[in-house]
Design a protein around this ligand. Structure first.
Ligand SMILES: Cc1ncc(COP(=O)(O)O)c(C=O)c1O
Length: 392
């Protein structure tokens, strides 16, 4: 293990050392750390469901009835009724022909891209896509062409150039909501392009599922093009307050993945308690309470981002509950995050390699059950901390 200490010391010297923070309470708008209460502004628990009584009760009941573990991967003996019920429910919720559950969003993106593509195929991938998409492309061996973030003209030029020598399958893949910028992929335009060039379109809607669209179906619902997306991946660990991920797609896609997707095949399946919690979460998102929580989250977003924008901060084009504030270099970013933490506001400083060099930022994520009073106070503190760092 020689060299690791030097590596860690050099990371620390550049303000790049990462470490873990222990949360002692349940996940909520406020959490306890080292005995102190903090306003939590960096959780993906957007609708506040991670500790909701109906999800907790469903998980406890399923654990009592069916146990703590599934005992095997889906293709061996781990395909329990709850897996099938959750897949049916998510397919119905999204209006899709079929659905498949994966153990995490990371495993889903890896396994979907690897399972469907090989070295003869080509992926067209947005430059801001999540790491799990990038790793899935690598694992598949497909030729991967990265287009500049959300630049439809550049993408079309690449597609046009490649069309002269088209072979194999083509996949355009994008985040629905970009996780570090909080902006949206123009899915209607991407759907036009994929139809014009006979490609498949895959959307990673980890941050849009449950939140966006009038009925919480996600980014594609917002762009009114749900039925035009071939592969819609989403996670249960964020707005749905649970754990795991899903793909909704045509039956032949699902059947292919069951036979080819390594992260699906070679991993023990999700346990009953998690599945039942996810099922209860889909029902809740699909209910009047889900709508109420989405409406509250949107009101919180307008309040918070309105205050930051009015103070002249650069919000990186965010139009969602993910609200970054651009600072630039790692040290001032981490100093601003530390200052806010000392004032009871917990949010994250984001550095390379998660974002490109020179674009370090404070990343705020909102929840439906933050109160306006909490958000106003946090926004004031954030504005002062960022302006002090930017002033140098
Ligand atoms: C855009 C995006 N895709 C996929 C994932 C991975 O999902 P999971 O946390 O369920 O592995 C994340 C983050 O967690 C994400 O932000």
């Amino acid at each position: 293990m020689t060299g690791l200490q030097d590596y860690l010391i050099s990371l620390a010297g550049r303000g790049m050392l990462r470490s873990l923070r222990e949360i002692e309470s349940a996940q909520g708008p406020r959490v306890t750390i080292a005995g102190q209460e903090y306003l939590l502004l960096c959780s993906n628990n957007y609708l506040g469901l991670a500790n909701h009584p109906s999800l907790v009760e469903a998980a406890c009941r399923a654990t009592r009835d069916f146990g703590t573990g599934s005992g095997a991967s889906r293709l061996i003996s781990g395909s329990m009724s709850l897996h099938h019920r959750l897949e049916e429910r998510i397919a119905e919720f999204k209006g899709a022909e079929s659905a498949l559950i994966f153990n995490t969003g990371y495993a889903a993106n890896n396994g979907i891209i690897q399972g469907l593509l090989g070295p003869d195929d080509t992926v067209f991938s947005d430059s801001f896509n999540h790491a799990s998409i990038i790793d899935g492309c690598r694992l598949s061996g497909a030729r991967t062409l990265v287009y500049p973030h959300n630049d439809m003209q550049a993408l079309e030029e690449i597609l046009e150039r490649e069309a002269r020598q088209q072979r194999g399958r083509w996949l355009i893949v994008t985040d629905g909501v970009f996780s570090m910028d909080g902006d949206l992929a123009p899915l209607d335009q991407l759907a036009d392009l994929k139809e014009r060039y006979a490609a498949w379109l895959m959307v990673d809607d980890a941050h849009g599922g449950g939140v966006l669209g009038a009925r919480g179906r996600g980014t594609a619902e917002q762009f009114n093009c749900l039925a035009r997306i071939d592969l819609q991946m989403g996670t249960f660990g964020k707005a749905f307050g649970g754990f795991g991920a899903y793909l909704d797609a045509r039956q032949e896609v699902v059947d292919t993945l069951i036979n080819r997707s390594r992260s699906f095949i070679f991993s023990t399946s999700l346990p009953p308690g998690v599945l039942a919690g996810n099922l209860a979460a889909v029902d809740l998102v699909d209910s009047a309470e889900g709508l109420r929580r989405r409406t509250q989250l949107e009101a919180n977003r307008q309040l918070f981002s309105g205050l930051l924008a009015a103070a002249g901060l650069d919000l990186c084009g965010s139009t969602t509950q993910i609200i970054p504030t651009l600072i630039g270099e790692p040290e001032p970013t981490m100093q601003a995050a530390a200052k806010l933490f000392s004032q009871g506001v917990y949010l994250s400083g984001i550095r390379p390699p998660t974002v490109p060099d020179g674009t370090c930022r404070l990343r705020t994520t909102l929840m439906a059950d933050h109160t306006p009073v909490e958000l106003r106070q946090a926004a004031q503190r954030l504005i002062v901390a960022v302006q002090q760092e930017l002033a140098g």
